[in-house]
Design a protein around this ligand. Sequence first.
Ligand SMILES: C[S@@+](CC[C@H](N)C(=O)[O-])C[C@H]1O[C@@H](n2cnc3c(N)ncnc32)[C@H](O)[C@@H]1O
Length: 295
Amino acid sequence: MRKTSVYLPEETKAALHQVSLRWNRSEAQLIREAIDRLVRSADTEAAPAPPVVPPGLEGPRLIGVGVGPSAPDLITQRAIRVLERADRVFAASTAPDAIARAEAIVRSAAPEVAIDRLPFVITDTPDSRDGCFERAADALLSVLDRGQIAAFITLGDPNAYSTFPELARRVTAKRPGVPITTVPGIMAFQELAAATGTVLAEGDERIDIATMGDDLAPLSAALAKSHSTVILYKGGRRLPEIAAQLSEHDRLVGAVIGELMGLPGGRNGPVAEVADRPASYLATVIVPAQRDDRP
Ligand SMILES: C[S@@+](CC[C@H](N)C(=O)[O-])C[C@H]1O[C@@H](n2cnc3c(N)ncnc32)[C@H](O)[C@@H]1O
């Protein structure tokens, strides 16, 4: 007897389990019998109509899938459906044996989805960056060239501060006709706002989302606009300097930070309480718009 394995959609798995209980037969037995019947009838019956492919899920296609900020229950149903349907699912990783956050989320939310890691060990040299993206794009092309669906998972949303847009551009440069789509994901700042009871914007207020670079001037300019909520990504390492800027603009009160949200050791709360030392790379800061004039 030869061993084989198949991935089944969740609904089929649940239905199979119920039949196995009702008929008092193992799930493996039922699968064997079903396949046996199908193979025997193939000689006499016409081939069944091909399965109906949901629109937007025909291959070849590259799909960037956002999996949310960390908690497995913040991945969307659409993302799971797409990952279950994709022929191959890829995730960026710093080493072949390093499980990135996005992969860990999918493992918890959809354990049956197999994930291939694409090494992204980007150093400061342009060659290293270019090489990583080119090799990753080639891995995706090996799937797309077979007419299949390749999914690439990212933390949060694939259209915001992720590796997906650049990867997609490189795939388009090599295979201009291949459709590329994305599945949105919940972003870290949304989870932080909910966890800390922080209102992001009301009425005509604005939301200014930025990453923390070497230059503090853009942050200072954003903080000067009191009717804007400022959201800061990638600022963990420079948290003390950020807090000093907030104080200078009289905006420290109400500012919150979420660090390693959904992960062991994760925490969230007022910036003022933890700003005496650097935080993790996975840290998000929200500085709410000033609303002193509200009743
Ligand atoms: C490369 S960006 C990824 C952004 C992602 N595409 C999104 O839509 O949220 C990484 C930054 O996202 C934020 N971030 C992502 N996951 C987080 C988490 N679990 N806790 C806190 N911040 C997080 C941090 O600011 C981190 O520096």
